[in-house]
Write a protein that binds this ligand. Sequence first.
Ligand SMILES: CC(=O)CC(=O)SCCNC(=O)CCNC(=O)[C@H](O)C(C)(C)COP(=O)(O)OP(=O)(O)OC[C@H]1O[C@@H](n2cnc3c(N)ncnc32)[C@H](O)[C@@H]1OP(=O)(O)O
Ligand SMILES: NC(=O)C1=CN([C@@H]2O[C@H](COP(=O)(O)OP(=O)(O)OC[C@H]3O[C@@H](n4cnc5c(N)ncnc54)[C@H](OP(=O)(O)O)[C@@H]3O)[C@@H](O)[C@H]2O)C=CC1
Length: 291
Amino acid sequence: MDIKSVGVIGAGQMGNGIAHVFAVAGFDVMMTDISQDALDQAMALIRRNLERQVSREKISREDMETAMARITTTLKLPELGQTDLVIEAATERETVKSAIFEDLQPHLKPETILTSNTSSISITRLASRTDRPERFMGFHFMNPVPVMQLVELIRGIATDEATYKTLLGVVEKLGKTAASAEDFPAFIVNRILMPMINEAVYTLYEGVGSVRSIDESMKLGANHPMGPLELADFIGLDTCLAIMNVLHDGLADTKYRPCPLLTKYVEAGWLGRKTQRGFYDYRGEVPVPTR
Ligand SMILES: CC(=O)CC(=O)SCCNC(=O)CCNC(=O)[C@H](O)C(C)(C)COP(=O)(O)OP(=O)(O)OC[C@H]1O[C@@H](n2cnc3c(N)ncnc32)[C@H](O)[C@@H]1OP(=O)(O)O
Ligand SMILES: NC(=O)C1=CN([C@@H]2O[C@H](COP(=O)(O)OP(=O)(O)OC[C@H]3O[C@@H](n4cnc5c(N)ncnc54)[C@H](OP(=O)(O)O)[C@@H]3O)[C@@H](O)[C@H]2O)C=CC1
């Protein structure tokens, strides 16, 4: 199937990055969210990130303006029904995602491919609640989307070969690299990355290191571009906790139990960069550790 138009659901950090890369690659993009504020902020952020690419001579100013013109926003989810490919990038909660697909379904063209950018939730289960499990896939971008090369492709049990091949072609058109993962909790990247982040939180919780010493250790001692706590703040602590819960419930193994300190931060509403406070406080000039 030839994909020309894309619908993006959720204008958070992933939704805006996904809209950005699809628009630059020449697709028409329609983005929706439940809040007009989120849509406005996302458009402003896309412009800022495109400006950054122009200033680093990654794209021309003309290409930037063409890309911006390809993105439209709407608060009306049904309007996305006419797009060729839908990418759901709303909050990492199964009830939220299922409700979105249920609301969208009556408005979909028969041939539209449905995908979810979920970090961890069963693709087979999400697909089974739609009218097209054979045209449903996990389409997992990494953060920040304009920079990260990888896209995980996750087939549910019913996904057909034509859908998989279509998405492989889309990834190629984006100039990114696809990796196939089987549909088990958190797939590949987060199955490995999230227990490491959770372990970093335990290391903090048990007093083995401070926020700063843990992050410095992994940056300078293991050559990670960001320390694990800095990365957790970057991803969003709510998302990290949601992924750990999916791993814990889905694999029924205590080695995946979320650290109580991670839970406490989320309960406080300290979700990382997006709320300006997490393992670091971002409200001042420079980030300051909160423990
Ligand atoms: C949770 C999940 O489900 C899955 C996930 O996504 S897990 C998270 C995966 N992501 C990571 O692990 C990210 C780890 N961190 C990094 O790789 C780096 O710190 C980083 C790329 C985010 C920033 O790198 P940095 O060197 O500190 O910053 P900076 O110099 O500003 O940026 C590097 C480049 O990216 C570009 N960039 C950064 N953010 C950008 C954005 N949002 N949009 C466009 N370009 C961006 C910069 O312009 C810069 O480009 P050049 O190489 O052309 O100069
Ligand atoms: N953060 C990361 O590093 C990565 C995240 N992901 C996955 O991407 C998805 C989005 O994550 P992320 O962008 O970080 O999360 P954010 O919290 O930044 O954004 C989620 C957005 O979805 C909106 N939303 C919530 N419910 C609905 C709805 N019913 N319809 C439309 N929009 C809705 C939220 O609005 P409001 O704020 O008003 O609730 C918010 O704007 C999750 O599934 C996550 O696991 C995948 C790869 C990396």
